[in-house]
Design a protein around this ligand. Structure first.
Ligand SMILES: Cc1ncc(COP(=O)(O)O)c(C=O)c1O
Length: 401
């Protein structure tokens, strides 16, 4: 197949890799980052001068906005992290002692699986990985209930898959965990910001999310929400300067300082505060409606493409805008290359840091899939453009074969 760019290659590039990080960011984010770098610039809590106070005020506003988006309780229980992986590491490692047992799922990302494997190797932590249905890629809550043991320390669940877009029955699993007295961690990396999550009523103890995907902030931001009181069960995993209680040799026992050692990424968090303002202004419910519309359109187009397989839930209410596809006769890496070179579409091929999810759908040993993932600034026209491109590529291959 001809890989040369078509005449239209000067047309705008269409970014379908929002599951990795969202782009473009909404209006106001770049300006907030620029304003911070130009006019504030300093480290929050590290001085009493005006700029340091302003920086602290901005961090405070960012925490308030996160509380608002997730209906979270105490502001001090909003902990800033470096990315989703960092927030998940803090959650998992703060709870696991030798001989602990953790339940997770085959749909989870390496940012959960790898810390757990490291804890297994270092401390002997036992892991149970629940299989998902190979078609819907959803977990049966009954399997979680059956996996819980007397020494289960944590149930760590992926909310929305970064491979198939499947939304897991988080509320049902959380109810089980609550009844059994087992803490639950929700990895909301692919749902936060566009799927409504009510931390005040969902009985989970921890929620981890990057700030740079669906929350639309800059790279280098992440968040861990801790249920008020639950911090008593957590150990620190990183210690250092906080600009507070400096006379003591140990980490302060109050939040957020206890879990926020070292200088903040205030530049990134200024951008995150701006993107959160944009999300609050538009409303998570409206952003979800937009996502559902885009998903419906994509699904209605994908089913009509001969030779194309796509994975995950067919029920739009049970998925987010993450689509994994394969076209007969093409490696996923070739498909991504053609999408970029001929159509200016940016996608991602491979295993997407979720090897067990690819085992679930049977693509692990076949180069994975090509993933197209949505963001709130995409329009129906972008979905049509991507679907037309897939149709054209699949049609050309069918003609050749
Ligand atoms: C489901 C899931 N969890 C966690 C992460 C890790 O987030 P980050 O890239 O911010 O470390 C990702 C990233 O793709 C993800 O898709």
């Amino acid at each position: 197949m001809n890989h040369d760019p078509p005449a239209s290659s000067t047309a705008a590039r269409r970014y379908f890799e929002n599951a990795a990080t969202s782009f473009p960011k909404p209006p106001g984010v770049a300006e907030a980052v620029g304003h911070y770098l130009t006019d504030i610039g300093v480290s929050a809590g590290r001085g009493a001068y005006h700029e340091a106070v302003e920086s602290g005020r901005m961090l405070d506003e960012c925490r308030q906005l996160l509380r608002r988006v997730f209906h979270a309780d105490a502001r001090d229980h909003v902990i800033f992290a470096l990315n989703g992986t960092d927030a998940l590491n803090l959650a998992v490692k703060s709870l696991c002692k030798p001989s602990a047992h953790v339940v997770t799922t085959a749909m989870d990302h390496n940012s959960v699986l790898r810390p757990l494997h490291a804890l297994h190797d270092r401390l002997g932590v036992e892991i149970t990985i629940i299989a998902a249905d190979s078609r819907t890629t959803r977990i049966d809550p009954a399997d979680v209930a059956a996996a819980i043991r007397p020494n289960t320390t944590l149930v760590a669940i992926n909310h929305a898959s970064n491979v198939t877009g499947a939304l897991q029955p988080a509320a049902d699993i959380a109810d089980i965990c609550k009844k059994r007295g087992v803490p639950m961690l929700l990895d909301a990396a692919q749902s936060a910001g566009h799927v409504p999550i009510d931390f005040s009523s969902l009985p989970i103890d921890l929620l981890a999310t990057p700030g740079h995907k669906g929350l639309l902030g800059p790279l280098g931001t992440g968040v861990l929400l801790i249920r008020a009181g639950f911090e008593a069960r957590m150990q620190t995993v990183r210690e250092g300067g906080t600009g507070s209680a400096s006379e003591f040799p140990v980490q302060p026992d109050f939040l957020p300082d206890r879990f926020e050692a070292g200088s903040h990424n205030a530049v990134g968090l200024a951008g995150l505060a701006a993107s959160l303002r944009w999300i609050v202004q538009h409303g998570v419910d409206a952003l979800r409606r937009h996502e559902v519309q885009l998903c419906e359109r994509m699904m209605s187009r994908l089913i009509a493409i001969p030779g194309l397989t796509w994975y995950g839930p067919r029920d739009v209410e049970r998925r987010v805008g993450v689509f994994s596809v394969r076209i007969d006769g093409l490696e996923p890496s070739e498909l991504s290359a053609i999408l970029e070179s001929r159509f200016n579409i940016l996608s991602r091929s491979g295993l997407h840091c979720a090897p067990l999810a690819h085992r679930t759908i049977g693509t692990h040993a076949r180069g994975g899939t090509t993933r197209l993932s949505f963001g709130p600034l995409l329009k129906e026209d972008d979905i049509d453009y991507a679907a037309d491109a897939l149709f054209e590529i699949a049609g050309a291959l069918a003609a050749v074969s």
